[in-house]
Design a protein around this ligand. Structure first.
Ligand code: TXA
Ligand code: MG
Length: 319
């Protein structure tokens, strides 16, 4: 099927209240008409996502945000002008007509304009904002290819649009504008450094709350089936003798040690490339049914922040 035809069909499904998996520059999303609570409910069902975890609305034009929110503070406007289309999500006070199921009852809404031609055409042809989380079962790694979606949610979605592998590979950066100062809720595809260069200092300490405002921030999230260990040293490797171990290496590993499999995120040590390869590399290791995956740390700057955030959540034992 030609892309244009597939997109037309997908838009028809969205307008009719169905759900469609579609590519974005970050990860694949599972979308429904953001104004149709029943359609959105199906997303929660298929993902087995708890209803307290709100979704992002995807728009095809920066001007569309105005219809979704009460007001746009000037720093949010700056972010939008600078990074859209692109991997930044802004959280703002929502307009009344946005269904509660989308925002999990919160007075705020997360909005972004993805940088992917298929996603943008789909939103335009659907003639509505598309509510979409990442197209994975809740708590598991986000999909960065159509094949990943097929493997995990295949028969439960009405259509999967294939736009090739995602170029960014980690989810969008989420910035909230509900308090006086912009607050980073999730590090992602646009680095904190880039965001601060556009709007000045951003609060990075999480707000203390009874329930998480971004369950992407739940400590165990993005987890494969195989246990991942992040804190280890070459010396401690002896204690894993006899077990089948994979290595998730940042750059080409210097170690001569015997791993059953090694995945290198970026031979030249480029954090952007490493982010783009992260989820696929973990999936490949996970598919080998090893006893353990040892992950190397990456420098915690630029895209390294998003990578370390996802790795920590993949390794964390608790909720
Ligand atoms: O790159 C992305 O953002 C991808 C693609 C598909 O656009 N989407 C994505 O969606 O990662 P999801 O649902 O997996 O993660 C969205 C995060 C969740 O952790 C959710 O809690 C948070 O956004 N979120 C949504 N609405 C919010 C709100 N009103 N306030 C705070 N956090 C919110
Ligand atoms: Mg997700």
């Amino acid at each position: 099927m030609k892309d244009a035809e597939a997109i037309r069909q997908a838009a028809g499904i969205i307008r009719a209240g169905g759900i469609v998996a579609f590519p974005t520059e970050t990860v694949y999303g599972l979308g429904a008409n953001g104004y149709n609570p029943l359609a959105v409910a199906r997303i929660f069902e298929v993902k087995r996502r708890p209803s307290f975890d709100p979704l992002i609305l995807h728009v095809a034009d920066p001007a569309d945000v105005r219809k979704l929110v009460k007001e746009i503070p000037s720093s949010a406007k700056k972010l939008i002008e600078r990074f859209w289309p692109g991997p930044v999500t802004v959280v703002l006070l929502k307009e009344e007509n946005i269904p509660d199921i989308v925002t999990a009852g919160l007075p705020s809404i997360a909005v972004r304009m993805p940088d992917h031609p298929m996603a943008l055409s789909l939103i335009k042809e659907s003639k509505c904002p598309i509510a979409a989380p990442s197209a994975n079962p809740f708590g598991y790694l986000s999909p960065t290819t159509a094949e990943h979606v097929r493997e995990q949610l295949g028969d439960q979605v009405d259509l999967i649009l294939d736009g090739g592998p995602c170029t960014v590979g980690v989810e969008s950066t989420i910035v909230s504008f509900l308090d006086g100062k912009p607050r980073l809720l999730r590090p992602g595809g646009v680095s904190l450094e880039e965001i601060e260069s556009a709007i000045g200092e951003v609060e990075i300490r999480p707000v203390k709350e009874d329930r998480p405002s971004a369950p992407g921030m739940l400590s165990r999230h993005y987890a494969p089936r195989t246990p991942i260990v992040l804190d280890w040293s070459e010396k401690s490797l002896d204690s894993y003798k006899g077990r089948r171990i994979g290595l998730l290496a940042f750059r080409k590993p210097g170690m001569s040690l015997k791993f059953n499999h090694i995945e290198v995120l970026s031979k030249k040590g480029d954090l952007r490339e490493a982010a783009a390869n992260l989820f696929t590399a973990i999936r490949r290791l996970d598919d080998l049914r090893l006893d353990l995956i040892l992950a190397e740390s990456v420098p915690e700057v630029e895209l390294g922040r998003a990578i370390m955030d996802r790795l920590r959540r993949a390794t964390s034992k608790g909720e």
